[in-house]
Design a protein around this ligand. Structure first.
Ligand code: NAP
Length: 531
């Protein structure tokens, strides 16, 4: 096939992670000719790239899975409470095989540009090998898929090995006998540091901001428990959708500020012992009242001080900001790792890191290392879209249109980009929820919209500016009421220099969001222009 060849489809899906795979399945079910273009060499999206030691989901396996096929959810056996990356990737591959998806996925096909032709009412997508045209284009590019490597001075001169947690090599990496630097202390670092420390001769952790971590208490899944969950899967899935996060947690309706100190401590301790993200569900006002939040953060700080033997190190590890403002980390032995004699914590909050041919220097000290691991996160939610030159109906690029922050109606479509849908795009609950059910809800909505267009002879769909503006204003208004604005998180784009500070995910909770999506459809796609 020559580079100039153009292949026509009814729909092109960009990305073969969990969103792209299910989208393909649904489009096929509608009888559309669809293709998925995937930059990687296999399915799985974020789980294909994030192979760092300790990579594991922070949502329990029994819930971090598809529910569109009851046979699939009944037959698949998870081995642990929280699945590790290799198992999740096996699951993704199993789904691809089970639903015969691979024949319509082009691997190693990175989309470089996309443009909408208003006369032909079609999108043209270019890759290095071929070009594609289609009426519908569905961006399933993921929320945490564009790794962020800050521009550290001297990085090009480093003579050792450089890794990024979000772009981990596919071959085995051994740190045995090595001196290693880890830069960053977010979820990826919290998961990988304990395992790297077990291998490396010496590990230096460079921390700019400490993060809160709650124990995972991961364990092998008891087959009886698994059977019991499977016996009531539909009820569990339905219950989960009633919660803001789409996870079947026990969210307390009590207020921390109206509960005695002893009772609060008992509740926090019970949740600490259970482990996982439900810690923040202990009281309803944790994310709305600073004082209530402090009761939870004090509890975690006390745990850190009790765990880490060196009081100075414990103080450095104890976060001072709002708990839950940044994504809560779920750990296995993170704080304990700092009691090891081969682990050193370096505070780089006041002076930036510099890299030399032989190592890392910070705060006036130089550390010779053989390898550097950047656990520096992602250009979240918009990064993967911004890497593609996407041109809408009047030639404007999406990146330019979103220069002041992303604007989308329901996180599903953007004015000026007709027939282009985003799965879990900015303005949808996405990263604040269990991604799998959220992906399914989006894909189902998009499939229904495409089916509606085809059966009603509608060839072009995009939101109205009024509907989009109102949705963005509503999202901002809700975000302003929570404590999530009080720290420099990736939810706000604050981790990327120059990125506008806008709270990107919709914070109104999954039930409210799903109701809105349903209402829009029931009112004949209210807020959308159909022609
Ligand atoms: P992250 O949370 O954004 O953490 C990045 C870390 O790198 C932060 O500690 C950050 O410090 C540091 N950093 C960035 N630039 C730096 C610089 N120039 N100098 C020094 N330090 C710098 O990224 P992540 O850990 O990859 O996690 C991202 C998200 O992915 C998570 O929040 C979670 O949603 C998801 N994730 C989930 C799991 C899981 O399921 N368990 C695992 C991994 C990731 P600052 O805080 O000061 O910016």
């Amino acid at each position: 096939m020559n580079k100039n060849d153009v292949r026509h489809f009814d729909a092109v899906v960009v990305g073969a992670g969990f969103a792209g795979m299910y989208m393909l399945h649904r489009l096929r079910g509608l009888g559309l000719r669809a293709v998925v273009l995937e930059a990687g060499g296999g399915v799985g999206g974020t789980w294909y790239w994030n192979r760092y030691p300790g990579a594991r989901c922070d949502v329990e396996s029994m819930e971090y899975s598809y529910q569109f096929s009851d046979e699939l959810q009944q037959e698949w056996e998870w081995s642990e409470r929280y699945a590790a990356q290799p198992e999740i990737l096996r699951y993704a591959n199993h789904v691809a095989d089970r639903f015969d998806l691979r024949r319509d996925i082009q691997f190693n096909a990175r989309v470089a540009s996309m443009a909408f032709d208003g006369a032909k009412l079609q999108w043209t997508l270019t890759t290095q090998r071929e070009d594609f045209t289609a009426r519908f284009c569905i961006m399933a590019t993921g929320c945490l898929s564009s790794p962020n490597t800050p521009d550290f001075k001297g990085v090009d001169l480093f003579q050792g090995d450089i890794y990024h947690t979000g772009l981990w090599p596919h071959e085995e990496v051994s740190f045995h006998g090595k001196r290693v630097a880890v830069v960053g202390t977010g979820s990826s670092a919290v998961q990988s540091i304990p395992l790297i420390a077990q291998q490396a001769d010496q590990l230096y952790v460079f921390q700019r901001t400490p993060n809160y971590a709650v124990p995972a208490h991961n364990h092998v899944l008891d087959p009886k428990h698994q059977q019991a969950v499977k016996a009531e899967y539909p009820a569990l899935r339905a219950r989960a959708k009633l919660n803001a996060t789409g996870i079947d947690f026990d969210y307390s309706e009590r207020l921390a500020l109206e509960t005695s100190h002893e009772e609060r401590e008992r509740e926090y301790e019970a949740r600490w012992q259970r482990g996982g993200l439900s810690f923040l569900g202990a009281f309803m006002d944790i994310m709305t009242e600073e004082e209530a939040n402090r009761t939870a953060s004090d509890f975690v700080r006390a745990k850190i001080r009790r765990t880490v033997r060196d009081p100075e190190v414990a103080e450095l590890l104890a976060p001072k900001n709002t708990i839950g403002c940044k994504r809560l980390c779920i750990d296995t032995g993170y704080y304990e790792t700092f009691n090891r004699p081969n682990v050193t914590l370096e505070d780089v909050s006041r002076s930036p890191i510099e890299i030399s041919p032989s190592g890392v220097s910070a705060a006036g000290r130089a550390y010779e290392v053989d390898g550097i691991v950047f656990a520096t996160g992602f250009d979240a939610m918009t990064g993967a879209l911004a890497k593609i030159d996407i041109r809408g109906s009047n030639g404007t690029s999406l990146e330019e249109q979103w220069a002041e922050g992303p604007r989308a109606y329901l996180g599903l479509m953007t004015v000026g980009f007709p027939n282009m849908f985003t799965v879990t795009g900015p303005g949808s609950p996405s990263v604040l929820t269990n991604m799998l059910p959220t992906i399914e809800q989006h894909v189902d909505w998009i499939a229904e919209a495409v089916a509606y267009m085809r059966s009603n002879r509608v060839s072009r769909m995009e939101p109205t500016l009024e509907a989009q503006d109102a949705w963005v204003a509503h999202g901002n208004e809700l975000a302003g009421r929570t404590l999530r604005y009080t720290c420099g998180s990736w939810y706000l784009g604050a981790n990327i220099p120059g990125k506008p500070r806008v709270f990107m995910p919709y914070i109104g909770g999954l039930p409210r969001y799903m109701m809105k999506c349903r209402e829009v459809v029931d009112k004949g796609y209210e807020g959308f222009l159909l022609s």
